[in-house]
Design a protein around this ligand. Structure first.
Ligand code: PHE
Length: 394
């Protein structure tokens, strides 16, 4: 694979001002990262790096997020930029791979000289990137990684979404108290920190509510044959199957369940949030539920305005990912303005002090662990669409 193909260099400023090189190379103006970077970098304006799965089996995650991040950058630049200078955005494709995510982050810091990072969606990839960002003193905001370990990497790492101890409990409570289920089986992705963590919190909460885990099965991201696992679930009294994974495998698992006659609803989490879930899973998903960050029906006026702008620009509705990507970028700009500098430590402090920031996904206040408290929604799948069931406040 050629390096060139992996590079997505988007200088939003180029589109608007025509004055920025689309892909700035080392030494072309941006200051080196580190504590002395602030003053020098301000001469060229805020440089933002986005690392994302633009290709691969979770390509929807990266693409939807990147579209939204670019909207935030375009908007900021149309309004005079940040600290009076245009914002430059560079996106690198990590293809949904942990090693690629680490090298993308290194490259964004060393070659693009970014002042801050946005990414990743998948928790395992955010963890890989966060370790480097923390070491180098570059603030990072994950739009949508929900595993608690991500922000535990250190004080430069933030997120704008809820975390999985909450998300797992939301679905466990819904399964136990609303659907009145006694036994649920779990099928998790052992290659994903997200999946392992969410399976765990679901299990703990479901058992605490008096439910029983009928059987726990596993797969590894990229697997395409799930018949052994589905057969094992079929042999139990499970009344539902919890699949805390990503949309490609979740869709295939639903298909396999249908083919093998496992007639129970599937339950999932935010990793299901992609239109491809429906193209892969089809009617096998009817009657299934998943938890998510956002439902169009529940959007605030600000959220609705963003959705309309996204649709007008790209021709499709944003998923929760897009909404969170926009909020990550908008919060970063807000923090840089509050800090009055692009200096890493100062931006970190401003991010940590975030209180009541009005995002398109709701209000964001950072707690001491750099996580916001936010509501989750439950959606029901019917006829190839996700319908809003309800909102669960933290
Ligand atoms: N929460 C998932 C993770 O941490 C990523 C994700 C978020 C996927 C939102 C889809 C939608 O890995």
């Amino acid at each position: 694979m050629s390096l060139g193909r992996r590079w997505f260099c988007y200088a939003a400023a180029t589109l608007l001002l025509g004055s920025f090189a689309a892909c700035k190379k080392s030494g072309e103006g941006a200051a080196p990262a580190g504590s002395s970077a602030g003053a020098k970098t301000e001469a060229t304006g805020l440089v933002v790096g986005h690392y994302a799965s633009m290709t691969g089996s979770t390509a929807h995650f990266g693409q939807d997020t990147d579209k939204a991040v670019r909207m935030a950058v375009d908007e900021a630049n149309a309004n005079g930029g940040v600290l009076g200078k245009p914002v430059k955005l560079t996106t690198l494709d990590d293809r949904g791979d942990t090693a690629e995510a680490a090298s993308a982050v290194t490259r964004l810091i060393d070659v693009e000289h970014v002042n801050a990072l946005i990414g990743e969606v998948a928790s395992s990839l955010s963890l890989a990137g966060a370790r480097i960002a923390q070491r180098r003193g570059i603030p990072m905001i994950s739009p949508s990684s929900t595993n608690p370990k991500v922000t535990q990497v250190g004080d430069y790492i933030f997120r704008v979404c809820f975390i999985d101890p909450f998300q797992g409990k939301v679905m466990a409570t819904f399964a136990r108290n609303t659907l009145k289920l006694d036994q649920v089986a779990i099928l998790k992705d052992v290659k994903s920190d997200y999946s392992i963590g969410l399976a765990d919190t679901f299990k703990t909460a479901f058992v605490a509510l008096g439910g029983k885990i009928a059987v726990e099965q596993s797969y590894a991201a990229g697997d395409t044959d799930f018949s052994a696992q589905v057969t094992a679930v079929k042999a139990t009294k499970a009344q539902a199957l919890y699949v805390p994974g990503y949309y490609s495998e979740a869709g295939s698992i639903a298909r396999t369940a249908q083919r093998l006659g496992l007639k129970v609803p599937l339950l999932g989490g935010d990793g299901w949030d992609a239109p491809e879930l429906f193209s892969i899973g089809g009617d096998a998903l009817d009657g299934s539920y998943f938890s998510n960050h956002f439902a169009p029906d529940g959007a605030s006026p600000k959220g609705k305005a963003f959705m309309a702008a996204f649709k007008q620009k790209y021709g499709t509705d944003p998923t929760g990912l897009g909404m969170l990507g926009y909020d990550a970028a908008a919060l970063l700009f807000d923090a840089v303005k509050r800090a009055g500098t692009t200096n890493g430590a100062a931006v970190r402090d401003a991010l940590a002090q975030t209180k009541g920031f009005e995002g398109v996904t709701g209000k964001i206040t950072m707690d001491k662990d750099r996580n916001p408290e936010k509501a989750a929604v439950i959606l029901k799948i019917s006829g190839g669409k996700a319908e809003y069931v309800g909102t669960v406040e933290p």
